[in-house]
Design a protein around this ligand. Structure first.
Ligand SMILES: Nc1ncnc2c1ncn2[C@@H]1O[C@H](COP(=O)(O)OP(=O)(O)OP(=O)(O)O)[C@@H](O)[C@H]1O
Ligand SMILES: [Mg+2]
Length: 330
């Protein structure tokens, strides 16, 4: 598989502050690399560097074999970029924004209009086509922004936090649009603060902290490093049962490598594929006369992954997908 994006030992400093510290990565053609990291990790700087929007102190970047610094015109034709903050003109309509971008690419007026219509149709924006962007919701604005990045029919798309701040349903509809593009063969580099987003969209994830790579791998690999989902069992009965309950659960999970932590009236452990083990844990506890007050299963969050990798915490972000349900008892 050919390499579409190549970043080699990128270094960027602002004064004494080293923002990119010998960062290297590649993205194969037709695949998706998700760059994850907390605020200030250097994600935006990294993606701007590979699109030629940020001059480097050292290192080099190539898009489909073309040097970002020496062949900027070719790179511009090959790459679509949507920044962290939607850059559409609020006073213009969806169509006017798309046509304007087309004209900036040097398209004739009729070509720019044709492409704008294509994109409005492809992204189901018909009812918003003639409305001013100022009247759009955040989700629709991001949609227009994404469409603007596609006006030049790029082969490589770079999206900086495409769904930050959106409600869950707008996020999912943007994911579907992005998945459609990838399904058509687009190479995608995207930054995000959500593990769930990288999980849904990315083939590979690069975790950044302080301008450096702290991990790289498939989403499953990264989550696997944590030992799976976290299960918390709340006991309805007295704390005296805690040790007995831990023994029962230990018996069920023998061989999985799960470590059971206990606290008054509560057990917690991480186990891959938690749903497989829950029913047996609950029935063994019940059979032993231990009643359960509550049970929760929490998918690993980016914060968990980040903490496991660096011993540091991310800035607080929205909670990841969480599954909680109460059984029996209180
Ligand atoms: N033009 C600039 N001048 C000085 N410092 C800058 C500039 N741009 C970015 N920085 C600093 O570089 C560091 C990395 O910034 P960057 O925007 O790349 O991080 P990020 O990972 O995208 O963060 P966020 O999640 O908040 O978007 C930050 O400490 C930021 O303050
Ligand atoms: Mg950023």
């Amino acid at each position: 598989m050919a390499v579409a994006i190549e970043a080699e030992r990128l270094v960027k400093k602002f004064g004494q502050h080293v923002v990119l510290d010998e960062l290297s990565f590649t993205v194969d053609e037709g695949t998706v690399l998700g760059v994850l990291g907390p605020n200030g990790a250097g994600k935006t700087t990294a993606v701007k560097a590979v699109t030629g929007l940020c001059a480097l102190d050292s290192g080099s970047a190539r898009i489909l074999g073309h040097s970002v610094s020496k062949e900027s015109n070719v790179v511009k034709q090959l790459t679509g970029f949507s920044g962290q903050y939607a850059a559409v003109d609020e006073d213009l309509t969806t169509m006017e924004n798309l046509v304007l971008v087309g004209r900036l690419y040097g398209h004739t007026k009729s070509d720019a209009q044709r492409r704008a219509h294509e994109l409005v149709e492809a992204f189901d924006m018909g009812s918003y086509a003639r409305k001013r962007v100022a009247q759009h919701s955040g989700g629709m604005r991001r949609r227009v922004d994404l469409a603007c990045a596609l006006v030049g029919t790029p082969k490589v798309l770079v999206l900086d936090e495409p769904t930050t701040g959106l409600d869950p349903s707008s996020r999912v509809s943007l994911w579907q649009m992005i998945q459609g593009l990838v399904g058509d063969g687009m190479t995608l580099l995207l930054t995000t603060q959500y593990l769930e987003e990288a999980d849904v969209l990315a083939d590979q994830i690069l975790v950044m902290s302080k301008g450096r790579q702290v991990a790289h791998g498939a989403p499953e690999d990264l989550k696997g490093r944590l030992g799976g989902e976290q299960v918390v069992v709340e006991l309805a009965s007295t704390e005296a049962d805690t040790a007995r309950a831990a023994k029962v659960v230990e018996g069920i999970l023998a061989g999985t490598g799960a470590q059971i932590a206990t606290q008054d009236g509560q057990l917690s452990f991480r186990v891959p594929d938690a749903s497989r083990w829950l029913a047996s844990c609950v029935s063994a506890l019940t059979a032993d006369g231990i009643s359960i007050g509550g049970l929760s299963v929490k998918a690993p969050t980016l914060d968990d992954v980040f903490f496991a990798l660096t011993g540091d915490s991310m800035e607080p972000t929205e909670p990841d997908a969480q599954l909680a349900f109460i059984t029996g008892g209180s």
